[in-house]
Design a protein around this ligand. Structure first.
Ligand SMILES: C[S@@+](CC[C@H](N)C(=O)[O-])C[C@H]1O[C@@H](n2cnc3c(N)ncnc32)[C@H](O)[C@@H]1O
Length: 227
């Protein structure tokens, strides 16, 4: 068996495998070049019943980073059916366990999803994963440009797995809360490089406080560190 970053039960491994398979099967039916523009009503109508989950290897990378930076308070921009959220929840729960009550506070994943129907399905997946996962997730349903204006605490990590026009607004809303060394992961930064230009310009600007590297995962993934 290939090594895995994920320290969890066979039940959760099986659940995640099943959810990733379902997501990939759905995605294979989409003809990406012919889809309408992101953040339009037509796009939303097509995506409302789609997982579009972060790839499994990227989810494992995210989990690994969270364990490494000892993240306990993380934000997810774009939750959908809650697949990547399970990895985030498992990592913050493990980190809190490692701290044995001496940590920075209660572990928490602030998840964001604008579609009520997707939020309901996500909650079902978290319930299937069990209490350890369910109990650390705070799901904020609605437009993240609104829901992320509420209290965020000190943010260790932000996952940008959101339609690209929302990546920079989400980053800016979290920025005042980032701890030094906070990590931001953005998905599909090579495949959708043109769409991410605003985010790149902001992060790469002299004195921005951010540094980034692009990693050679499918479609590219950027790891940004807040200095
Ligand atoms: C790529 S999917 C997220 C996949 C998820 N991270 C996973 O791996 O399972 C992006 C999600 O962002 C949601 N979304 C789009 N616009 C949003 C907004 N303004 N506020 C909150 N969520 C939004 C979409 O409905 C979609 O479910």
């Amino acid at each position: 068996m290939a090594p895995t970053a994920l320290n969890t039960t066979p039940k959760i491994h099986a659940l995640l495998k099943d959810l990733h398979n379902k997501s990939l099967t759905q995605e294979s039916t989409l003809s990406w070049p012919t889809l309408p523009a992101r953040c339009t009503t037509e796009w939303d109508n097509i995506m409302r019943d789609k997982f579009i989950a972060l790839d499994q290897d990227k989810c494992e990378l995210v989990y690994h980073i969270l364990r490494s930076i000892d993240a306990t308070n993380v934000v997810e921009a774009g939750t959908s059916f809650g697949v990547s959220t399970i990895y985030l929840a498992l990592a913050v729960a493990e980190n809190a366990k490692r701290a044995g009550g001496q940590g920075k506070g209660m572990p928490r994943v602030i998840a964001t999803e604008k579609e009520e129907t997707k939020a309901t399905i996500a909650r079902g997946h978290w319930a299937a994963a069990g209490k350890e996962v369910e109990e650390v997730i705070e799901l904020r349903v609605g437009d993240l440009r609104e829901t992320l204006t509420k209290e965020l605490g000190v943010v260790d990590f932000l996952l940008l797995d959101i339609w690209t026009p929302l990546a920079l607004p989400a980053l800016k809303l979290c920025q005042p809360y980032f701890r030094p060394g906070a990590v931001i992961i953005a998905d599909n930064t090579v495949k959708l490089g043109d769409h991410y230009q605003e985010l790149f310009d902001y992060v790469d600007a002299e004195g921005s406080g951010f540094r980034r590297v692009t990693m050679p995962y499918s479609g590219g993934i950027d790891m940004i560190v807040y200095q």
